[in-house]
Write a protein that binds this ligand. Structure first.
Ligand code: 2U9
Length: 344
């Protein structure tokens, strides 16, 4: 029995030695230490041994079992350590390898100009309002003092979807919607940036879809000098403190009186150059006092409230700012164009 135990120990040690993975070692463990293993069997069969032999064999069997268990534990640790070393070796990062190039995007030049203009007006206490690009004839024309058959509707040939629904030709319907939401109680002080649509043939200075920013202020005691003050401050913030503005009489159905607004040429400072065609002035805006009928139709009492409004084409402002000669550059997404506006 003693010999059998020693033999068992020798084969177990060899098998532990030869086990090269967690799984193999586990098999050895089950084989020698499991409930159906040879040592358990020997211990179970001790009843057939003599009284003298029993404690000796019992002691030896337990010692051998403990030794086998200890060696298996040690081997387990060795295997785990080796696996860890292997993994670390595989996961080593070579910090000297060149990095992957991360391509950075940048904001579209129109977005930059819109945000710049928004910031200037937010600084004067304006809020930003937005509305749908698909509009009803009522909000786009009727409520702006452009009834059906009004000749001014021809000024802006439109994309109609049905007889009553069209792509908005300006962002003015957003101002109408905002005024109506106020139930006739001022103040209203908003700018409305957004895409607008007109049936134009595209060329270097025209696009059937372009971007407008319009503004509207309605309150008691609003006068034309408030309009001039706001627009002069806008011009100074946009083009520098030396900027001047001038108003020339004009006509829009939704404002009375109406004006076209020029800013002193940002290229030559008013001296006269190619950009301002030697006039010293560049037209950037249209504006006027809100027509009393427009106020009334949107629920404001024109006896109590007055207001001013203005509108500008963002592409034109951006073209002047960056010296872009063709409006189509904004929409064709040529990276050679767009990448010029990186980190500007
Ligand atoms: C309401 C009342 C009045 C908005 C205005 C202009 C003058 C104007 C043009 C500039 C270049 C359009 O993009 S452009 O072609 N806009 O000249 N826009 S006054 O007047 C309003 C708007 C809303 C309720």
């Amino acid at each position: 029995m003693k010999d059998k135990l020693h033999q068992l120990k020798d084969t177990a040690l060899t098998e532990i030695e030869q086990a090269n993975s967690k799984q193999e070692l586990n098999q050895v463990k089950v084989k020698y230490l499991g409930k159906k293993g040879p040592i358990t069997e020997i211990l179970r069969g001790m009843g057939s041994l003599s009284k003298e032999e029993r404690p000796l064999i019992g002691k030896l069997a337990n010692e051998i079992r403990e030794e086998i268990a200890k060696l298996i534990n040690e081997k387990e640790e060795t295997i785990a350590q080796k696996a860890l070393e292997e993994r670390l070796k595989q996961e080593t990062i070579d910090v000297t390898l060149p990095g992957k190039k991360v391509l950075k995007g940048n904001r579209h030049p129109l977005t930059r100009v819109i945000e710049e203009i928004e910031d200037i007006f937010i600084g004067m206490g304006f809020e930003i309002a937005e509305g749908p690009e698909v509009e009803s004839d009522y909000y786009n024309f009727e409520a702006l003092n452009l009834p059906k058959e009004h000749p001014a509707r021809d000024m802006q040939d439109s994309f109609y979807i049905t007889e009553e629904v069209l792509m908005r030709t300006h962002t003015s319907p957003v101002q109408i919607r905002t005024m109506k939401s106020k139930n006739g109680i001022g103040p209203v002080k908003i700018i409305c940036p957004g895409k607008v649509y007109r049936r134009d043939d595209d060329d270097a200075t025209h696009s059937h879809q372009f971007t407008q920013i319009e503004g509207l202020v309605v309150d008691e005691h609003i006068t034309m000098s408030d309009l001039k003050g706001v627009l002069l401050n806008f011009a100074k913030k946009m083009y520098g403190e030396k900027a001047k503005i001038r108003l020339r009489p004009s006509f829009f159905p939704f404002t009375e009186p109406s004006a076209e607004v020029d800013v002193s040429c940002m290229m030559c400072g008013g001296e006269g150059c190619r950009v301002c065609k030697n006039t010293g002035w560049i037209e950037i805006l249209g504006a006027g006092m809100v027509h009393p009928r427009v106020l009334e139709m949107s629920g404001f009492d024109p006896e109590r409230y007055t207001g001013f409004a203005f509108g500008m084409g963002v592409e034109r402002i951006a073209m002047l700012k960056y010296g872009i000669e063709d409006i189509r550059h904004f929409y064709t997404n040529d990276l050679r164009f767009l990448e010029q506006f990186k980190r500007m």
